[in-house]
Design a protein around this ligand. Structure first.
Ligand code: SF4
Length: 485
């Protein structure tokens, strides 16, 4: 005789479970997706969904156990599922209380490149009126150290920020000096094409543990046509700079970003192969943003979201195949989303945050003293739309800027949990609001989601990643690794 009673002896009565809040949507011809507020998901068939909502589920079924363990249902008066949901939600939203982490200093608008898709309206190399002054830098640092965040990252952007390297040195040394008292976890990043890197800059980066974020669009011909220079040597200078920087700073101190132009669309394998050839461990497949020169030169309209999704999906297939063959390589946008789907953590990626990350996760100090809610906001301002210009660092206080109606209105209106369509969308726990993008295209913070390319792109990626995981346990294992990195 068994020591234990059968499973049914421990089960509650058939109709005795209660539903916890969840959203659902048709996933494909066979199934529905259900998600809850912390992003747990399950794919279930239509009859199971019916049985679930009518409280007719077989309490000895695997589905019933899954639904309980993922907090879609609870037994009457059971407290722990609600407490666990609250705990997971607090963990996901914990970044909010830490406030602004990323502070972007646009130290110059000058640039030695003339990329047609450039998101800022670059100026030629010799116009120093497009440089940030020391006074602005000091006032910006006053602002930075008002942030309550225990971790502060200062990122130098341009133009080409190395054209104003003297100011970078000044800001790094001043920030470190202030941090002797402030005691934050302080980090620096320079976003550069590497074309101007030299020993003096690298020595300084080494001494101050400065990371490099650079740009690689693919193999030589593609990179050079995307990033024109008078000598057509952008890729050559990139490779030489990369080798130098890695030798001096170490491999893990340099990361790269790529931008997809129409020339990239049929070359996703070649782009990934180039990243592999140059020793990178992953690639961030990014579409063009509708800002700055990308829109002025009509490059943004050169391909639509469907075409970019084909590019992304075939790139992802190729990366999965590489991993199956023992080559460790990841796709970073997928990894950010998978972190939201498969872990209790938030990725902290500004474009996929709700409330939006503008101002409260990242903020920009422009070369002319203006303060913007995000990098994209300053690009929008360069096009004449100053909606997200929060103030001027020379004349406005921290409170004037952070509590400005411009910022608070945009944040308030962009909550996905209360936005039309998003609030009922099963993918909302993985998504963000992107008020700057929607304002650029639709002229309001929310946008019209049925027409939104942001919505179309992300919904398609969420579905695709979940489909891939559901159809292969190897892929799920791989994705779990990406999510928990
Ligand atoms: S933007 Fe689209 S995918 Fe994202 S939550 Fe809103 S409706 Fe869903």
């Amino acid at each position: 005789m068994s020591k234990f009673k059968g499973l049914e002896s421990y089960a509650a009565e058939d109709s005795a479970y209660e539903l916890l809040p969840f959203k659902f949507d048709r996933f494909n011809d066979e199934s529905y997706i259900i998600t809850n507020i912390v992003g747990e998901y399950l794919l279930i068939e239509h009859e199971d969904l019916e049985a679930l909502v009518h409280r007719k589920l077989d309490v000895t079924s695997r589905l019933y156990c899954q639904l309980r363990s993922k907090h879609f249902i609870r037994l009457p008066k059971e407290k722990s599922p609600i407490e666990l949901l609250a705990l997971k939600l607090r963990t996901k939203l914990s970044r909010l209380s830490q406030f602004t982490n990323l502070h972007i200093f646009v130290v110059t608008l000058r640039c030695d490149h003339s990329c047609p898709y450039c998101q800022v309206s670059r100026q030629s190399e010799d116009k120093s009126s497009f440089d940030m002054t020391r006074d602005m830098a000091d006032k910006s640092l006053d602002f930075v150290f008002r942030s309550p965040s225990p971790a502060i990252k200062i990122e130098f952007q341009g133009g080409e920020p190395l054209l104003n390297f003297e100011l970078i040195k000044y800001i790094v040394e001043s920030a470190e000096s202030r941090n002797r008292v402030a005691a934050r976890d302080l980090a620096f990043v320079i976003a550069t094409t590497l074309s101007l890197i030299n020993d003096e800059i690298l020595d300084f980066c080494k001494l101050h543990k400065i990371q490099i974020s650079t740009s690689l669009d693919g193999p030589e011909a593609l990179h050079n046509s995307n990033r024109p220079k008078p000598n057509k040597d952008s890729h050559q200078r990139f490779v030489a700079g990369l080798e130098k920087a890695r030798a001096r700073l170490g491999y893990d101190q340099i990361s790269a970003l790529m931008t997809t132009t129409e020339l990239s669309l049929d070359k996703v394998k070649e782009i990934i192969d180039e990243y592999l050839r140059l020793g990178f461990k992953g690639v961030f497949l990014r579409p063009l943003s509708p800002y700055g020169f990308a829109i002025k030169t009509k490059r943004f309209m050169a391909y639509n979201t469907e075409r970019w999704l084909q590019f992304y999906k075939s790139g992802l297939d190729y990366i999965i195949e590489l991993n199956r063959n023992g080559v460790e390589f990841s796709e970073y946008y997928s990894s950010l989303i998978l972190k939201k789907i498969l872990s209790a953590q938030e990725s902290g990626y500004v474009d996929l945050m709700s409330p939006a990350g503008i101002g409260i996760a990242a903020i920009v100090f422009n070369y002319d003293g203006k303060v913007y809610a995000s990098d994209e906001s300053r690009m929008l301002a360069e096009m004449g739309d100053r909606t997200f210009e929060l103030g001027n660092i020379l004349s406005d206080s921290y409170e004037d800027i952070i509590l400005s109606d411009k910022l608070l209105d945009a944040l308030e209106e962009s909550f996905t949990l209360s936005a039309p369509m998003c609030s009922e969308c099963a993918f909302e726990p993985y998504c963000g609001s992107e008020p700057v993008y929607h304002h650029a295209i639709h002229k309001d913070f929310l946008g019209r989601k049925p027409e939104s390319e942001f919505c179309k792109k992300n919904m398609s990626i969420f579905k695709h990643l979940i489909s891939l995981m559901e159809s292969s346990s190897d892929t799920k294992k791989l994705f779990l690794g990406w999510a928990n990195r």
